[in-house]
Design a binder for this molecule. Structure first.
Ligand SMILES: *Cc1c(COP(=O)(O)O)cnc(C)c1O
Length: 489
């Protein structure tokens, strides 16, 4: 079996898994995919008998070919050995007749931890082969920055610089980043908004002087973006894990199909589910659950992807996305790996702001993917009702997935819960009609209503010392990146 990844926009652009992880995105703008993915069949019997870590190893081994067995074991141990607060890593809680898969027991209480604890280890390992170091640059509106900092802190051969808009993140997000420990981390508040910082980071990746310096010093400048294949593959594991849990609880027999509902933004999480399906997981249906930015609901209903619409700020900010980048990988597999077709769609998206897929392909997608969306008002209603009826508190993202699962006709259904409600205490309390004085206190008020403990990382925030106080201008970003590169060598 051919072991190369290719670009979704060019089947002749071939790289190894390690190269794909280090590069992140292909130089033609495409995403890296492995054409033979659907030839792999994971042994479900084994899945049901093994631990999370063993299953992660068995699955990753099939996808990351140029990593040795030993390297993968080592990466997985470092990622999941001690950083999650529950032994199952991703436990299931039955809420009504829905199985809620809790993905938020990692260091920053959001599902991105599952991937961002493992990606840095994979990257560090790939760097050894490449005999290079790497500096991660991340502009963040709040959440991704913290998850990346936690994942990359103290990882060998890698440094990380995070830029967030000064005074424009929540108090909790500010404290999460400003108290970050680790000897390879840099955190800067930037004068300007998120877009300014994001635009500058993109510029820095294209900067000629920095590129020269990067070559000379053997320091790769890269990002930890969610289109990196190294962020996608760790997420496949918990789809198999949830299947294992349902089999071992006696809810299903081995081989029976189950369905999933996934709160979706960039289409990474639900795509990992589709990868699990291609690798043999028995799935009836995936529900793509969206908020008021329902570009995916429209696409899955009409076959037209149209990003020409207003961006709406919601109480589920991690799903506020108009370009769901990872959808490109679904198009690749659904078009029978037609890279010219995918390239055409993406060119249309760039130039016209929209593209349309053929009717036949839409039907094929619809036979596996359902969809629905909730606006903020409905989301609050679901949070309130779930608390009143089931005595369970859901964060706004997870509430959207839950509501869509609840309405679906397929059973059993697993709904992915992507953040701890304590991370969004204010909005959750609003939904529950409770008052509070400030954001940190809101966490405790929520705890008075609900018995689940406040996650350690959030509870600590009031006591930890502030370590990063620097506020810089947009222009100064290049300078601090140069300095960080020098320190890394
Ligand atoms: C990132 C995120 C999502 C969306 O996941 P995608 O992979 O972008 O679809 C949903 N919920 C939370 C809390 C997130 O952080």
């Amino acid at each position: 079996m051919e072991k190369y990844y290719v670009s979704t926009r060019d089947k002749n652009k071939k790289v190894s898994a390690k190269q794909a992880i280090l590069e992140g995105i292909s130089s033609d703008g495409g995403l890296y995919v492995w054409p033979m993915l659907d030839q792999v069949k994971i042994d479900l019997h084994k899945i049901c008998e093994q631990s999370y870590l063993e299953n992660a190893w068995m699955i990753l081994k099939e996808l990351l070919h140029d990593f040795s067995d030993e390297e993968l074991r080592d990466c997985i141990q470092k990622a999941y050995g001690s950083s999650f607060s529950v032994p199952e890593i991703t436990p299931i809680r039955k809420v009504g007749d829905v199985y809620v898969l809790e993905l938020f027991h990692g260091p920053t209480s959001a599902f991105k931890d599952v991937a961002l604890t493992l990606l840095p280890q994979l990257m560090s390992c790939a760097l050894k082969t490449a005999d290079s170091k790497a500096l991660i640059l991340t502009a963040t509106s709040g959440d991704t920055g913290k998850a990346a900092l936690e994942g990359f802190k103290d990882v060998e051969n890698i440094g990380i610089c995070v830029f967030y808009p000064d005074q424009k993140v929540s108090l909790i997000q500010y404290r999460q980043m400003a108290t970050q420990q680790g000897n390879n981390v840099k955190v800067y508040a930037v004068e300007g908004n998120f877009d300014d910082a994001q635009t500058k980071v993109k510029e820095l990746f294209l900067d000629k002087e920095l590129a020269e310096k990067s070559q000379k010093e053997h320091v790769l400048l890269t990002s930890a973006n969610s289109i990196n294949i190294g962020r996608l593959v760790p997420q496949i594991v918990y789809y198999f894990e949830s299947y294992k849990t349902l089999v071992n609880k006696g809810v299903i027999q081995l081989g029976e199909k189950i369905s999933f509902s996934v709160p979706t933004g960039n289409f990474g999480d639900v795509l990992a589910g589709y990868y699990a399906y291609l690798m043999g997981l028995p799935v009836e249906k995936f529900y793509v659950a969206s908020n008021a930015n329902h570009v995916l609901t429209d696409f899955l209903t009409t076959g037209i992807y149209d990003r020409k619409r207003d961006f709406i700020q919601t109480i589920s900010p991690s799903m506020d996305i108009l370009i769901s980048s990872n959808l490109e990988r679904l198009l690749y597999y659904m078009s029978d790996k037609d890279t010219e077709f995918v390239k055409g769609c993406m060119e249309d998206l760039n130039t016209k702001g929209s593209y349309q897929i053929p009717e036949e392909m839409l039907k094929k997608i619809q036979s596996l993917f359902g969809c629905a969306y909730l606006d903020d008002e409905k989301t609050c209603q679901v949070i309130r009702e779930t608390y009143e009826n089931e005595k369970v508190v859901l964060d706004p993202h997870s509430a959207i997935g839950y509501a869509v699962a609840h309405k679906a006709k397929e059973r059993p259904i697993v709904s992915l819960a992507t953040a701890s409600p304590y991370k969004f205490s204010q909005d959750v309390l609003h939904a529950l009609d409770r008052s509070f004085s400030d954001e940190l206190q809101a966490m405790h008020t929520l705890h008075d209503l609900w018995s689940d403990p406040i996650p350690k990382g959030l509870a600590q925030l009031e006591e930890l010392p502030i370590l990063h106080k620097e506020v810089i201008t947009i222009e100064e970003m290049k300078e601090v990146v140069e300095k960080a590169m020098e320190e890394l060598v």
